[in-house]
Write a protein that binds this ligand. Sequence first.
Ligand SMILES: [Zn+2]
Length: 56
Amino acid sequence: MNCPECDAQVAVPEDAIRGEVVSCTGCGASYELVRAQSGGALSLQPAELEQEDWGE
Ligand SMILES: [Zn+2]
């Protein structure tokens, strides 16, 4: 699976389950695994984490 943001490879464990959060090693974004439809393939959705203060 590739990161929607930077297109880097995102490692998804073979036994990953829906709702699991994975991080992109390229840009550091976190994604939640979602299944769009029953029996369908897992896809990435930006994880709804609490907004972090990046100090800007
Ligand atoms: Zn990325």
